[in-house]
Design a binder for this molecule. Structure first.
Ligand SMILES: *[C@@H]1O[C@H](CO)[C@@H](O)[C@H](O)[C@H]1NC(C)=O
Ligand SMILES: *[C@@H]1O[C@H](CO)[C@@H](O)[C@H](O)[C@H]1NC(C)=O
Ligand SMILES: *[C@@H]1O[C@H](CO)[C@@H](O)[C@H](O)[C@H]1NC(C)=O
Ligand SMILES: *[C@@H]1O[C@H](CO)[C@@H](O)[C@H](O)[C@H]1NC(C)=O
Ligand SMILES: *[C@@H]1O[C@H](CO)[C@@H](O)[C@H](O)[C@H]1NC(C)=O
Length: 426
């Protein structure tokens, strides 16, 4: 049982009864304070041998490739800076810093080595440090970021935990993601090999980043991959949702800040992203095929919905599992709406086809109204012969339901290469 003391967030004078503040690291399009616009948006996408940009026009629901740079790296993750793109090389250890020029053409300004197999990047709050998850090395890369955005002073921290029971995938530590908490002071690192989450932060302003704690995943052998703090847009988190790719589950953790240090605690709650019974049954894979790899997660800006991608499910196309968050209550008094976060849980609300296979990564638009998704593999037996490569969904503001509004055929974007591994609004 969860014994979380009810937490009154006391959000005054908000229009929506939900926790509708924008996430602190999200901002409206430059020069538009309204935070939502029908103006065309630029997306960056990347994969093996290419990093490109596309334009999505919400007024016309059109999606077009705008640029495409080719390179040798396996660019499975990008971190978008103000005018720079930080790109990984999943099978190496190098980070590539590229200047965004006219027409979104990319020019490399720096290449620097970090840990082996970097698969995810994150900045600290003031963008003076960049963190990378070293999947192959099983550690956390940290770089200083100069005023010009270039990286220096690489150091690494080991993730904490004991190797999981899987004799194929858990033979060593595999740091998979570095997630900044809402205070901006702490980073949690999900490790697939160790079935753990490592907490990183500073003891004081004068010291360097170090490991401050850890927690094990609720289910041993589950393979933690990506996670998301809840609620978004509030200074301190109360919960953390962890996607574990080997068991296709979301585990719910409580977040607290005893003595000012972020601490995670298991709630014991785990939810399947891969239902084998009930309303949203996923066809089990053919015998001998691998059974799903839940991958990416985010929480909607209104803190009412959670979305997770299901990869390689054995179906002709894979899916997004859409959960509704329960356990939040809002009470409207004369001049404020008091929102109380209680016993949080997730309820599977919908499974939406991604139009292809292996949706490794998807992301929310800055305004929270659209979802961008890349399919790394072709659809199996798709009616159009190949399925979709890059897909845009509209998010219903009330229900959180997703509806596909634009896409590009798989081959049109990937040519002979691998499908999109990363996509995000710039
Ligand atoms: C700002 O957003 C509003 C509301 O969506 C839109 O009507 C307007 O065109 C936008 N302005 C700019 C400069 O993008
Ligand atoms: C494509 O990426 C692979 C993996 O990094 C690399 O070995 C190969 O040389 C690249 N091909 C081109 C044409 O750059
Ligand atoms: C990274 O390290 C490898 C192996 O030591 C080396 O060959 C390569 O030049 C280095 N790359 C950069 C960008 O420093
Ligand atoms: C995590 O699990 C490992 C293996 O069972 C155990 O040795 C370790 O003490 C646990 N760590 C925590 C923080 O509970
Ligand atoms: C982008 O470049 C890659 C690698 O050369 C190629 O396979 C792909 O077809 C290109 N995509 C587009 C949309 O031009």
């Amino acid at each position: 049982m969860l014994s979380l003391a009810l937490l009154s967030l006391g959000i005054a004078s908000m229009a929506s009864p939900a926790l509708a503040a924008p996430a602190p690291h999200e901002s409206a399009a430059p020069g538009n304070c309204s935070g939502s616009s029908d103006a065309p948006r630029t997306l960056f996408f990347s994969s093996v041998n290419y990093t490109g940009s596309a334009t999505f026009d919400p007024a016309a629901n059109t999606l077009e490739v705008a640029s495409n740079d080719t390179h040798e790296e396996v660019a499975s993750w990008l971190l978008l800076g103000t005018n720079l793109v930080y790109s990984n090389h999943e099978v190496g250890s190098d980070v590539h810093v590229k200047q965004i020029g006219e027409g979104n053409a990319l020019t490399e300004v720096q290449a620097i080595n970090g840990s082996a197999g970097l698969v995810h990047f994150e900045f600290n709050a003031d963008k003076t440090a960049l963190f990378g998850a070293g999947f192959t090395a099983g550690d956390i890369s940290i770089f200083d970021v100069g005023a010009d955005g270039q990286l220096s002073n690489h150091r690494a921290l080991k993730t904490v935990g004991a190797m999981g029971p899987d004799k194929v995938r858990q033979l060593s530590a595999h740091a998979h993601q570095v997630v900044r908490d809402p205070t901006g002071e702490f980073f949690v690192v999900n490790d697939l090999g160790l079935d753990s989450i490592t907490v990183v932060g500073k003891q004081s302003a004068d010291t360097d980043y170090e490991v401050l704690g850890s927690v094990n995943s609720t289910q041993t052998g589950s393979g933690p991959r990506h996670g998301a703090f809840f609620p978004v847009g509030i200074r301190q988190a109360t919960h953390y949702f962890l996607v574990c790719e080997m068991f296709n589950i979301v585990e719910i953790f409580e977040v607290s800040y005893p003595d000012g240090v972020l601490t995670l605690a298991q709630t014991g709650k785990t939810l399947s992203t891969y239902p084998t019974e009930g309303e949203f049954v996923l066809q089990p894979p053919a015998e001998g095929e691998i059974n799903g790899f839940a991958a990416e997660i985010f929480v909607s800006h209104d803190n009412a919905h959670v979305y997770v991608t299901n990869r390689i499910s054995g179906n002709p196309t894979d899916s997004i599992a859409h959960f509704t968050i329960s356990g939040i209550e809002s009470e409207e008094t004369e001049n404020e709406i008091v929102t109380t976060i209680g016993d949080i849980s997730l309820e599977l609300t919908d499974l939406i086809s991604t139009g292809g296979v292996n949706p490794r990564m998807f992301s929310l638009s800055r305004d929270g109204n659209y979802v961008y998704l890349g399919n790394q593999n072709k659809a199996v037996n798709a009616e159009d012969g190949e399925g979709k490569g890059l897909v845009v969904f509209k998010r219903d503001a009330e229900t959180g339901l997703l509806e596909e509004v634009a896409s590009l055929p798989y081959t049109s974007i990937t040519g002979g290469s691998v499908g999109v591994q990363f996509v995000q609004e710039f």
